[in-house]
Design a protein around this ligand. Structure first.
Ligand code: HGY
Ligand code: MN
Ligand code: MN
Ligand code: MN
Length: 420
């Protein structure tokens, strides 16, 4: 039953398992024994296991548990209907062969921070919620942040219905197979109207905090970024008998395009990555008929990103023509620059500097987050936890225990400052 938003925490709300226990429970889910990396892709078995874990954490603490129309999970302390809620959380899905921290650190830290506040005997003036956004990485359907995009309206229902995975399974079918009603998906403005602030804690995906010697930082902005599919179509033929001069090899145009992407990114001080490729028919002894490569490109500002991607497209066209290969380029997704809410960011800085008098570093990032998607609808902010190597989207991703503990403490302080 919903509990009152004002006053002391309800008797039902109680600290749950420790950060360690939570981390240990999540660690084996979807983990590849050889690489140590994770494949927790949306609406698959490992994703369901992570979601069951989230539900158990919510229920075990006596929090109000719900799944919204887009499959995002919520754990409520206090009555959501009271409005002006303070929400924290992140995501539990992963990229292919991803690390343990990207996403889960934010969710586990959220439960641990709530436990810390209950132990402090905090008196909540506003409802508080922990959220697990579905399909943040877009590893399966190609589009990142599907859960938050649907909720905010940044992704239309029609476009969501058109998303398919590599096996041709549509998003609605995948959701239905996982036990969710795909007919329910769509914008959720009422839910967003009831939220006063969203704060996402995340492992840093660079080395800014390591270099500055800080455990925790505050996000300033997210670079504009997008994904483009380059589809080169040539002519399949025998690898042993076809003279080089007679070939229409899409792999050559693709390979030259990869080099052009590196050149354009270097020139502009941006980044460009071809991290996924599909080759048809995929025979060692056949010239490919078709090569699809997916470009991820990001830059500090829109103009630079346009220049980089425009340059890559132009080069790809020239290489395709030179080899007698057809080319289509489709922009699959795009996220404009995000400038996090200045007032909320400043408030986080004040809260975190209160006891120490120290200034918490404020940093930008090239990584996308649900907080970035939601920043167009509600005040959002992010906390970053130091990553000593900067490695992310890899099994080698790491954050030291002391830094994770500092992150939980910072998040608890922030939630107390905002909700109590
Ligand atoms: O930044 C990304 O690739 C994703 O949104 N986490
Ligand atoms: Mn990620
Ligand atoms: Mn993430
Ligand atoms: Mn043969």
């Amino acid at each position: 039953a919903p509990v009152g938003a004002a006053g002391p925490p309800p008797a039902a709300a109680r600290p749950g398992s420790s950060f360690h226990e939570m981390w240990r429970e999540l660690l084996p889910i979807g983990r590849d024994a050889d690489s140590g990396g994770y494949r927790r892709h949306a609406w698959t078995g490992p994703d369901a296991e992570c979601r069951a874990w989230f539900e158990a954490q919510a229920v075990g603490r006596g929090l109000g548990y719900e799944v919204d129309r887009n499959g995002n999970q919520w754990a409520w302390l206090g009555d959501p209907a009271a409005g002006d809620a303070v929400v924290t959380g992140s995501h539990l899905d992963s990229v292919p062969d991803g690390g343990a921290f990207d996403g889960p650190l934010g969710v586990v830290s959220s439960f641990a921070a709530l436990d810390e506040l209950l132990r402090r005997g905090a008196r909540f003036a506003k409802p508080l919620a922990i959220v697990n956004f579905g399909d943040e990485e877009g590893a399966r359907f190609g589009l990142a942040c599907v859960g938050s995009r649907l909720t905010s309206g940044a992704l239309t229902v029609e476009d969501a219905h058109r998303l398919t995975d590599g096996d041709g399974v549509s998003l609605p079918r995948a959701m239905a197979a996982a036990g969710y009603d795909p007919e329910a998906i769509g914008p959720d403005p009422e839910r967003l109207a009831g939220i006063g602030a969203f704060v996402e804690l995340h492992v840093e995906q660079g080395r800014a905090l390591d270099l500055s010697g800080d455990r925790v930082g505050i996000a300033s902005a997210i670079w504009p970024h997008g994904r483009w599919r380059f589809d080169f179509r040539g002519e399949a033929n025998h690898a042993g008998t076809t003279r080089l001069a007679d070939r229409h090899d899409p792999m050559l145009s693709y390979a030259e395009t990869v080099l052009a992407a590196r050149r354009e990114a270097e020139l502009a001080g941006a980044v460009a990555t071809f991290g996924k490729i599909a080759v048809d028919p995929g025979g060692v002894n056949a010239i490919p008929s078709r090569v699809r490569g997916w470009l991820d490109s990001r830059a500090a500002d829109q103009e630079t990103l346009d220049t980089v991607v425009g340059g890559i497209r132009k080069a790809a066209r020239e290489y395709a023509d030179a080899h007698g290969v057809d080319l289509d380029v489709v922009r699959e997704s795009f996220t404009p620059v995000v400038e996090f809410d200045h007032a909320l960011r400043d408030e986080l800085g004040r809260i975190l500097g209160r006891d120490t008098g120290l200034t918490v570093p404020v940093l930008g990032t090239g990584a996308g987050h649900d907080a970035g998607i939601l920043s167009g609808s509600i005040p959002t902010a992010m906390l970053f936890v130091r990553n000593p190597t900067g490695v992310s989207h890899s099994p080698a991703e790491f954050a030291a225990e002391d830094d994770c503990v500092a992150g939980v403490g910072a998040l608890a302080d922030v939630l107390e400052g905002l909700a109590c």
